[in-house]
Design a protein around this ligand. Structure first.
Ligand SMILES: Cc1cc2nc3c(=O)[nH]c(=O)nc-3n(C[C@H](O)[C@H](O)[C@H](O)COP(=O)(O)OP(=O)(O)OC[C@H]3O[C@@H](n4cnc5c(N)ncnc54)[C@H](O)[C@@H]3O)c2cc1C
Length: 456
């Protein structure tokens, strides 16, 4: 059996969910085969895969491991409703999740509980039915539910549903544990991890990656993986590279231990919740978020128009400080001066009180047995998306040695283990674990496929 986590989780900021803390590696490396920028799921999973295969790795994280999206998400690990272009990655990921704790000798909290989506809208059922026909061709176990089957899978749920969909092989894991556990596993394989250490820019020799300048000095390397979450676009723009990316603020909370109404995840029309290892629930508001106006948001508006049209009903728009200092601001810096990455160590947006109230009211209305639950902690998180809502996991042909794994568009926790494996395959030139074509970088520059979001 995997060992229990050695360290206790704690909030990284007064308003963030608890996360298991990871100690820095004792040595700050001056050379590495690969530098990984970013200590979220994308960076840590790739670092783990690469280190396991014998590469020397330096992972630099401007704040703390899993400080941003990778600890703030809902913990759903699903194939259900994934964009067909992303399905092979999602399928591989749930297979990896199934054996991950055994492999690393630690706990990610993964449980294959199945997930249920319930609706009173005929349009949702039609979408899931259409998606299911495609997904079954990939071999995904997804089952449409009648009204009575939905009710049977949601005991204690007082609402009446038109129907639903069930994905029995999907599951949930604990964001507070998963990425830190993988980071520890990467360290065991020799990866050096430096937190509070921003990468300011990369260097090239003869056009190829030859090093990364960090706030603690340069690291010589022949490959760089940019896995900077919401900040990837800003880092790449500094080097004249285009990466279309926009973020929406989402609000979530968790409850303390409460009566067991599900062991898995339940998505209702606007409230989504899943059971936690500690017996509480992590609750989110599907489709509801805040679009924070930003210079790059405005400059890239055309590329995101199709996605915006699908999502606009659930979005409020705001203008604030992020216009000047957020990841989509217009910023310039030099390698020998403070970069924007050092000025915001952890992107930590405030949760929206009205959404928390709406979420708790929706949960209690559906489940009278939860009438006494209250939010124990709440937080905001920026969900970064590409225009076509699937990530880039690819090399950049114009700069040999430069790789990107970013733009996970709200899916990067569930697909994280497979995304790490694919990035490692591409960096090492090994046979890719899934067809990497849908994730190519070129679509950011030639516009192919952009403007066509699949399942959001
Ligand atoms: C509220 C919410 C709910 C979600 N629910 C789910 C879910 O249920 N299932 C699912 O699959 N996905 C979900 N997601 C999405 C998922 O969390 C993300 O897709 C995933 O965590 C992205 O991982 P990442 O590594 O790309 O980014 P991050 O986790 O944000 O990590 C990027 C890291 O890079 C660091 N960094 C940036 N720039 C630099 C630099 N210059 N130098 C050094 N470090 C740098 C940042 O500090 C950050 O720690 C959710 C997201 C949110 C916010």
């Amino acid at each position: 059996m995997p060992r229990a986590p050695a360290a206790v989780s704690e909030p990284l900021t007064p308003m963030s969910p608890p996360v298991r803390r990871i100690a820095d590696s004792p040595r700050f490396p001056q050379t590495a085969d690969v530098v990984v920028l970013g200590g979220g799921f994308a960076g840590v999973a790739a670092a783990y895969e690469l280190a396991k295969r014998g590469a020397s790795i330096a992972l630099v994280e401007k704040g703390l491991i899993a400080g941003e999206q990778s600890s703030r998400n809902w913990g759903w690990c699903r194939q259900q409703n994934r964009d067909p272009r992303e399905l092979p990655l999602a399928q591989l990921a749930v297979r990896i999740w199934g054996g991950i704790d055994e492999e690393i000798g630690d706990q990610t909290g993964f449980r294959r509980t199945g997930l249920v989506y319930a609706t009173s809208r005929a349009s949702d059922l039609a979408t899931w039915e259409r998606w299911g026909r495609i997904a079954r061709e990939f071999g995904v176990d997804t089952r449409m539910l009648t009204a009575s089957e939905t009710a049977a899978l949601l005991p204690g749920n007082s609402r009446s549903w038109l129907g639903g969909v069930h994905s029995p092989t999907d599951g949930r894991a604990e964001p507070e544990l998963a990425v830190p556990a993988l980071a520890k596993a990467a360290q065991k394989h020799g990866a050096a991890i430096a937190q509070n250490c921003a990468a300011r820019e990369f260097e090239t020799t003869g056009g190829r990656i030859s090093g990364v300048i960090t706030e603690r000095g340069p690291i010589r390397c022949s490959a760089l993986l940019v896995a900077g979450g919401a900040w990837t676009g800003m880092f790449l723009r500094h080097h004249g590279l285009r990466f279309l990316q926009a973020s929406v603020k989402s609000t979530s909370f968790f409850t303390l231990a409460a009566p067991a109404v599900t062991e898995g995840g339940v998505s209702m029309e606007d409230v989504t919740f899943r059971r936690r290892l500690d017996g509480g629930y992590t609750v989110g508001l599907s489709g509801l978020g805040q679009l924070q106006l930003s210079p790059y948001g405005i400059l890239q508006a055309k590329a995101f128009w199709e996605t915006f049209k699908v999502r606009r009903k659930g979005l409020s728009v705001s203008l604030g400080r992020q216009f000047f200092d957020g990841p989509e601001a217009l910023r310039r810096w030099r390698a020998d001066g403070l970069s924007p990455f050092e000025q915001i160590r952890i992107l930590d947006p405030a949760p929206d009180r009205r959404l928390i109230e709406r979420g708790i009211a929706g949960l209690i209305a559906a489940y009278p047995a939860l009438a006494s639950v209250r939010p124990a902690a709440s937080w905001g998180g920026m969900v970064d998306s590409t225009p076509d809502a699937i990530p880039v996991i690819a090399g950049v042909a114009a700069v040999p040695g430069l790789f990107i794994s970013s733009g996970f568009s709200g899916h990067g926790f569930g697909v994280g283990p497979a995304a790490g494996r694919l990035a490692a395959d591409l960096i090492r030139g090994d046979k890719p674990c899934v067809d990497p074509t849908p994730f190519r970088y070129d679509r950011m520059t030639d516009g192919t496929d952009l403007g066509k979001p699949g399942m959001l």
